[in-house]
Ligand binder design. Structure first.
Ligand code: S3P
Length: 175
């Protein structure tokens, strides 16, 4: 058992922030799949999309997923909004869907410069269509959903902690 937790969910749902807060609280190692791809490619995601195309980026996500499966343990992984589509998502660790309302996601993305970092954003109508389609996929891929809007940051961190501790207990029982 790898004992990783993978946060999946729509762009702007707060995966990275929750991962950082959680790591501050319990000192767990964290990685962000988008950041890894940016550092391998030495360019920003939006430039990878425009210069190499979306499929190239998706192939990079699959490479990162394979690396996680082979080499990563005891880590909290924050992922890009399409990462749930990698073929081995359920072999990487416990998958947790960070579920936020479309309204809150829009509020977050509307903050200065956030839309420009998201190559898949064209207009609000298409974004909502993508959100509805993706939500079903996230629910299917996830072991657990955290509806982050309904709770305080502290409560969301504690829920993640319960999932993490459950994994540690399971691991001890497995040995
Ligand atoms: C994407 C979401 C982005 C990034 C890329 C593609 C998507 O990550 O991986 O722009 O397919 O939804 P965030 O969820 O961190 O914005």
């Amino acid at each position: 058992m790898l004992n990783n937790i993978i946060l999946i969910g729509f762009m702007g749902s707060g995966k990275s922030r929750l991962a950082k807060d959680f790591s501050k609280k319990i000192g767990i190692n964290i990685i962000d799949t988008d950041n890894i791809i940016e550092s391998i490619e030495k360019k920003e995601i939006k430039d990878i999309f425009s210069e190499n195309g979306e499929q190239y980026f998706r192939d990079m996500e699959q490479l990162v997923a394979n690396w996680i499966q082979d080499d990563l343990k005891n880590t909290l992984i924050s992922s890009g909004g399409g990462f749930h589509k990698v073929i081995n998502i359920n072999q990487l660790g416990r998958v947790v869907f960070i579920d936020s309302s479309f309204e809150n996601i829009l509020k977050h993305l509307e903050k200065k410069s956030e839309f420009s970092k998201r190559p898949l954003y064209t207009d609000k109508k298409s974004l909502k269509e993508l959100y509805d389609k993706r939500r079903i996929e996230y629910i299917q891929a996830a072991y657990e959903t955290i509806k982050v809007d309904l709770y305080t940051d502290e409560e969301n961190i504690n829920r993640l902690l319960e999932i993490h501790e459950y994994d540690i207990i399971q691991k001890k029982e497995d040995n």
